[in-house]
Ligand binder design. Structure first.
Ligand code: 5CA
Length: 443
């Protein structure tokens, strides 16, 4: 993409309303614009990142055996009256009335809707287990929407719902989803710690939040610092023994959100030098709540012995739009964003130091063509701007690689190749730079 044609409304000044770094950087780099309090439009650069995060989330759900579907944003009030949550949900629920005076609501989550679908379509125990999910916008009329997309009112969530015949099988499903979450966040390039959590309005008595440690997070957390993440790339979801071992590794040490914190247990289990207390961003949460919805909503099947059983359920959410903010909180410097490669909006910033110079223009056009056809996603800064402005924008937008083409270097056949995270900063022959970029970012 040529920057001269791209819609990238960057801001030079820090927007006053943005209290935290991810919100500032998302506004400044032209990723989002606020449309109303806690409601955002995703501009092309932001939308690209959101789509990449969504794709990784989707791939890992699919690998874990979940099936994607799509439920509507608007839900009938009656469904929630049947589960008993219509009143309980309170002012966070956005309620609307249609022209026939029927009550609708903008869905904050989908337990009721999917339980009802299952109740009306599945009859036999042979149809279980089932794992179904969608990635859809949600609305929660938060009292204090803030921090940009991190606590929005309208936000994109991946929510998955599991249906099992008995507790044992439901627990295995919970474990599998737990590992799918760890793998998802690892693939995105985030360090995430699972923590025991309260279940809140979703219900049940078993739940974990997946927390990115960050001072700007909204959850108070307590943890044992003696923790080392392990590589999960080769975990097979059907290998129950391995899945159980991963769960054991990630849950054996003390790690709890403040609602579940037990000061006595913390002091008892964790030696003083390893005790940590801080803040974190909740990027996902998993719940097991048994028959809380299936019982009142009639999601029952006839078991092998002819008896009627309510199905065992769990639900599993990931804040897809919140993740974009969380990634920036975890990965930036004073000049801008530092995108992890898997979710970067483009692979490379190609900077033409002297747009208008025949040699520079020709060299850049050639490089752009070669890299693009080799599968490298290039944002080519062909604007007639000062080099300083181009570098500042490139740092702000934070693409993993940067290739700088200037008249002096071109004469010696050299270009500057740099990584945004500082791990590479070299003057190399053009061909070598191209070969390296194609090897790491192409295809
Ligand atoms: N039904 C369950 C799981 S499917 C559920 O709704 N869980 S939740 O309430 O924990 O939300 C799932 C995830 O959505 C959270 O972990 C968080 O990452 C994200 N989320 C929740 N509220 C907001 C919000 N106001 N803005 C942005 N993301 C949010």
């Amino acid at each position: 993409m040529r920057l001269s044609r791209y819609y990238l409304p960057t801001l030079k000044e820090n927007p006053k309303e943005a209290e935290i770094v991810s919100h500032r950087l998302m506004l400044r780099s032209g990723m989002v614009r606020q449309s109303a309090a806690g409601i955002y439009s995703w501009l092309p650069l932001g939308f690209k990142v959101l789509s990449k995060v969504e794709k990784i989330v989707r791939e890992e759900q699919d690998r874990a055996g979940c099936q994607e579907m799509l439920m509507p944003t608007l839900q009938p009030m009656e469904l929630w009256q049947r589960s008993g949550r219509y009143e309980d949900y309170g002012p966070e629920m956005l309620r609307v009335t249609d022209r026939h005076d029927r009550g609708l609501l903008y869905g904050p989550t989908n337990e009721e809707m999917l339980t009802d679908i299952i109740a009306n379509t599945v009859r036999s125990y042979r149809d279980f287990p089932k794992l179904l999910y969608h990635i859809q916008w949600k609305f929660r009329d938060e009292v204090r929407p803030r921090f940009g997309v991190m606590r929005g009112r309208e936000f994109l969530m991946k929510d998955c719902y599991s249906f099992d015949l008995d507790k044992d099988s439901a627990r295995k499903t919970y474990n599998k989803m737990f590992v799918a979450y760890l793998k998802t966040f690892q693939r995105i390039g985030l360090d995430v710690r699972p923590m025991e959590a309260e279940t809140g309005p979703i219900g049940g008595d078993l739940s974990h939040e997946f927390i990115v440690l960050a001072d700007t997070g909204e959850s108070g957390v307590f943890w044992d610092d003696d923790f080392k993440a392990i590589d999960l790339s080769d975990v097979d979801y059907d290998d129950e023994v391995r899945v159980a071992a991963v769960i054991a590794h990630f849950t054996e040490l003390y790690a709890r959100t403040e609602d579940r914190h037990d000061a006595a247990a913390f002091e008892d289990k964790v030696p003083e030098p390893r005790r940590r207390q801080g803040r974190g961003i909740e990027v996902g949460q998993v719940f097991y709540f048994g028959t809380k919805y299936s019982e009142p909503m009639g999601a029952k099947v006839t078991g092998p012995g002819g008896q009627s059983v309510a199905v065992e359920m769990g639900s599993y959410g990931i804040g897809v739009s919140r993740l974009v903010g969380a990634i920036i909180e975890a990965s930036h410097d004073e000049d801008g964003i530092i995108w992890p490669d898997p979710v970067a909006p483009f692979d490379l910033a190609l900077i033409n130091l002297r747009a208008g110079d025949t040699d520079c223009d020709a060299a850049c056009a050639d490089i752009y063509g070669k890299l693009t056809s080799a599968g490298v996603d290039v944002l080519y800064d062909d604007r007639d701007e000062r080099p300083g402005a181009k570098f500042a924008d490139a740092d702000l937008v934070g693409l993993p690689w940067r290739l700088v083409i200037g008249p002096r270097g071109l004469k010696d056949g050299k270009v500057e190749l740099k990584r945004r995270d500082g791990s590479v900063d070299e003057n190399v022959a053009l061909d070598e730079a191209l070969a390296r970029l194609i090897a790491v970012a192409g295809g």
